[in-house]
Design a protein around this ligand. Structure first.
Ligand SMILES: Cc1cc2nc3c(=O)[nH]c(=O)nc-3n(C[C@H](O)[C@H](O)[C@H](O)COP(=O)(O)OP(=O)(O)OC[C@H]3O[C@@H](n4cnc5c(N)ncnc54)[C@H](O)[C@@H]3O)c2cc1C
Length: 273
């Protein structure tokens, strides 16, 4: 956008001369929206193992013996599930992590008590945001309109995910370790309560894609060889070219896009001489 590729009217309003009108740039922002359900438990979690001494101990245990909590990834269990059994594919991903924190608009506060967190997220969200420049300066960050819960279907799916997590935590293997639910923390929740909780607490799961989507329609930014429509020898090779979100985490698919992009560039496919 700063180089003049984007919606011409928008660019002009920021004092940038449009060198190529491509209205889809910055549109179609998709992200996995999730919410944290947290439980105080009677077992050690990363919260209780985070001090300097224990971190050093666990680090040494991992380094020298290949054992202990240092060997495990942050998210230790995943579930892909259908919010409605009639769906063909799973539409929800549940993440489980043995640590609890509170997110505020300004910071991430790691809780002191032993806490575990379960996060449902909508795998194929209908909600769609966009981003724009803030002004014509490269020094200032863009304005991001995430619109994570725009679509009612995403709210309904996420409520189903929250309810399912409660069922898992109420089942004996976990229930016997749960001392209390911290968030949402209200035992009887109506769907309206859940929606209020989601609209207050929902967050990104850090998988934004789509703002330079691949395709052939007027809002597409790159073609099937990752070339920017209407501009010779310019490609976009990153997560932003995904037209829709993949169901799971985005790192591996992005690496595949990178590998494919490298092949396309090296082979010269689609290049204009
Ligand atoms: C906190 C967090 C946790 C995540 N956890 C996971 C996970 O557990 N599993 C998973 O699969 N995915 C995870 N993701 C998502 C994953 O990291 C991204 O999908 C992936 O990195 C996207 O790759 P990308 O190349 O599109 O963008 P990026 O990896 O963001 O790369 C963009 C690069 O461009 C550089 N750059 C930016 N501006 C300029 C400029 N003007 N000039 C030159 N260079 C510039 C940046 O420095 C950066 O190196 C996570 C993301 C975040 C933020």
């Amino acid at each position: 956008m700063l180089s003049g590729v984007g919606d011409a009217a928008d660019l002009t309003s920021f004092g940038i001369e449009a060198c190529h009108h491509l209205p889809g740039v910055g549109k179609n922002l998709r992200d996995h929206v999730g919410v944290y359900l947290t439980y105080r438990v009677d077992q050690a979690t990363y919260n209780t193992e985070a001090g300097l001494f224990k971190s050093a101990l666990h680090g040494a245990n991992w380094l020298l013996r290949g054992r202990g909590p240092g060997t495990a990834p942050g998210a230790q269990a995943m579930v892909f599930m259908r919010s409605d059994p009639s769906l063909r594919d799973p539409d929800l991903q549940l993440h489980f992590t043995p640590v609890g924190y509170k997110l505020t608009p300004d910071e991430l506060i790691v809780l002191k008590d032993p806490v575990v967190t379960a996060i449902p997220n909508v795998s194929r969200p209908e909600s769609c945001g966009h981003l724009t420049l803030r002004n014509g300066s490269f020094r200032d960050p863009p304005r991001i309109f995430a619109r994570l819960l725009d679509a009612e279907s995403d709210v309904r799916a996420l409520i189903a995910g929250c309810k399912y997590i409660r069922r898992i935590f109420a089942a004996p293997p976990l229930a016997r370790h749960v001392i209390e639910e911290l968030a949402p923390g209200k035992p009887e929740m109506t769907d309206a309560d859940w929606e209020e909780f989601l609209r207050r607490e929902s967050v990104t799961v850090f998988h934004p894609v789509g703002t330079c989507k691949m395709g052939a329609d007027p809002t597409a930014v790159v073609d099937s060889t990752l070339r920017v429509h209407g501009i010779e020898n310019l490609r976009v090779v990153d997560a932003s070219i995904m037209p829709h979100l993949v169901s799971g985490n985005t790192n591996a698919p992005t690496m595949m896009i990178g590998e494919r992009g490298a092949d396309l560039i090296l082979s010269g496919e689609g290049r204009k001489e």
